[in-house]
Design a protein around this ligand. Structure first.
Ligand SMILES: Nc1nc2c(c(=O)[nH]1)N[C@H]1C(S)=C(S)[C@@H](COP(=O)(O)O)O[C@H]1N2
Ligand SMILES: [Mo]
Length: 580
């Protein structure tokens, strides 16, 4: 819009432009006007409908398109790109991905509104001011909803691998058709209603200010043009991303010091024979050290699900055991609970945990050995792997030999209580020695196969064997902290090997030149992390503290730094502190 137009139109307040001007203006710009109107109305209706979709999926188990799209996007993303994003924004990456997709979804809704208005073309009514505008009725909303419903059901969902109308998803065909339909109707009806409201509001404004129809090309009730709105959106998103990157840089780049890897690697002996005898002794409680057993509330939670995890009703749940077996069967929750159980202390660690990272916890579990179920089913000759399927369309597999180990359990209890929803109620897998990834939560089916099945994360570039890499972490003192000089304190933390126990933890206070043995707390089992501590009365100065561990077989922690993708991180946790 140029100022001259406005001056001209404001020169005739309260009156409609002469008929000839109106019709020529309409032909010149009514397409754009209609599109813009539809876009704004579609955007608002799309935001509400997206909200309805999220509520529907969390409360009623309906479909969530951002989840399906996010899953497909991470599958298509080259592993190196995934790794870079992971480095940049860390474990929160999936949350950002969810919001980005959500914004995209709202824009698509908006676009569909604009295009719908273009498609219905000259079907316009004359409003009270006598200017030409587009008005819709509720039937338009239903038509647009139906079009979107068909597009999503027949094109979008199959393209993400969810099948026609989500037939391949855990929530199933019916549920996904209905929930999509509801969201579509919410959008369509609101779109029609909001557009009408907008038309009336604009014509009132037009009456007051005497603006001509083409003014609405650029300016709406919000006082902002669509282009300006978009521009602001992009600027805000850009600033947000920059802020996150800067925060990561400041909070991590500032305080992490890298150990002199060259020297560490030179002195490195990968195996010590015979293995050291563990230095268990009376263990002092140290403030800042992780509790040996992690409470349910503190236990880390990781899942692929961008927004919400499934809540499974035990009454309608059953567990299927089938595939390459003589006698497939299924069990209800009550039947699972009636099977012989085993208690097991075991720590879990996520394969995406960085060196020194928080995605590692320890609990007491109770469950049924998978061995017992496989024996009952009768595994056929030639079977090589066992696949786990879950209520959130997650899957992963382990080798048959691993599946038959006595410590591979179907857990139903955690720390003495029923397995919490977040940790996989009603049943989750425990596969000691292997990263958390293979500890499938919300288990629904166990399939014995004779193929090399690749699970959800393997399709995205992560290790299939995925043995836990021996690692150790300094919990206290905190990175970058300042300690008072000459006051006795402790350096303390945890060390974890998966299923090989810990025989020794060494601490260096001089950047890797010399090492001291830490005291270990005798663990509940060889499947858990081990708490370690080293008493220390520091003199004033700056210190670089490094920790390394040795397992019960004598394997020494790998000093070579590696990022989590694809095999799990390695390198020594190193912090710098000062004493004054
Ligand atoms: N069904 C299902 N199981 C799953 C996942 C998932 O996304 N879906 N995530 C896995 C990953 S990557 C990890 S690290 C562990 C985390 O278990 P926790 O949340 O109980 O700590 O669950 C695993 N089991
Ligand atoms: Mo994980």
């Amino acid at each position: 819009m140029d100022t001259r137009d406005r001056t001209k139109s404001e020169g005739t307040p309260g009156s409609a432009p002469p008929a000839s001007t109106a019709s020529s203006a309409a032909t010149a710009s009514s397409g754009r006007t209609r599109f813009n109107l539809g876009f704004i109305a579609g955007l608002v209706a799309g935001i509400v409908a997206s909200g309805a979709m999220i509520i529907g999926s969390t409360i009623f188990g309906g479909i969530s398109l951002p989840e399906e799209l996010g899953s497909e996007i991470t599958a298509l993303m080259p592993p190196a790109m995934f790794a870079n994003l992971h480095q940049l924004i860390g474990g929160d990456a999936k949350v950002y991905l969810f919001y980005i997709i959500l914004v995209g979804q709202c824009l698509v809704f908006a676009l569909s509104g604009g295009l719908y208005n273009l498609a219905i073309g000259s079907r316009a009514v004359t409003s009270r001011t006598g200017t030409t505008r587009t008005q819709l009725d509720w039937l338009d909303g239903v038509v647009l909803a139906t079009l979107l419903w068909l597009l999503v059901g027949f094109l979008l969902l199959p393209a993400t691998g969810a099948g026609i109308f989500g037939a391949q998803t855990a929530i199933g065909l019916q549920n996904s058709m209905v929930s999509l339909g509801v969201v579509g109707l919410v959008f369509g009806l609101l779109f029609a209603a909001f557009q009408d409201w907008l038309v009336i509001a604009l014509s009132k404004r037009g009456q007051n200010k005497g603006t001509s129809p083409e003014d609405e090309d650029e300016e709406y009730g919000f006082g902002l043009s669509r282009r300006a709105l978009l521009k602001r959106g992009f600027i805000i998103a850009g600033i947000g991303l920059l802020g996150v990157a800067a925060f990561r840089f400041i909070s991590e780049g500032g305080s992490t010091v890298s150990a002199p890897v060259g020297r560490l690697v030179q002195q490195f002996k990968s195996k010590i024979v015979p293995p050291p005898v563990p230095n268990y002794s009376t263990f002092q409680p140290v403030r800042g050290l992780s509790p040996e057993i992690t409470s349910d509330g503190q236990f880390y939670i990781v899942s692929k699900n961008l927004f919400s995890d499934p809540t499974v009703a035990a009454s309608s749940w059953d567990l299927v055991v089938n595939g390459e077996v003589e006698h497939p069967f299924s069990l209800t929750y009550q039947q699972v609970l009636a099977l012989p159980m085993k208690k097991q202390y075991e720590s879990l660690e996520c394969i995406s945990n960085d060196v020194g990272g928080p995605y590692m916890s320890n609990a007491l579990w109770e469950g049924v050995p998978l061995h017992d179920l496989l024996q009952r089913a009768g595994v056929k000759a030639g079977a090589s792997k066992v696949v786990f399927y879950a209520a959130d369309d997650y899957s992963d597999s382990i080798h048959l030999s691993k599946a038959l180990e006595p410590t591979t359990l179907l857990a139903v209890r955690m720390n003495g209580a029923t397995l919490p929803d977040g940790h996989g109620f009603p049943v989750r897998m425990l596969v000691p020695g292997i990263y958390g990834m293979k500890h499938c939560k919300w288990l629904t089916r166990i399939e014995v196969v004779n193929t090399d099945y690749q699970g959800y994360w393997q399709q995205r570039g992560w290790s299939d064997a995925a043995p836990v890499r021996l690692n150790s972490r300094i919990d206290t003192p905190l990175i970058g902290s300042t300690l008072p000089a000459n006051r006795p304190t402790y350096i303390a933390g945890v060390a974890f090997s998966g299923n090989k126990g810990i025989s020794e933890v060494d601490v260096s206070l001089d950047n890797g030149q010399s090492w001291q043995r830490a005291t270990l707390k005798r663990p509940y089992s060889n499947l858990t992390w081990v708490l370690w501590e080293l008493p220390w009365t520091p003199k004033p100065g700056s210190y670089t503290i490094i920790v390394r561990a040795i397992d019960l077989e004598g394997n020494v922690q790998d000093p070579n730094p590696a990022p989590p993708l694809p095999d799990g991180s390695s390198g020594y946790h190193t912090i710098s502190i000062s004493v004054s």
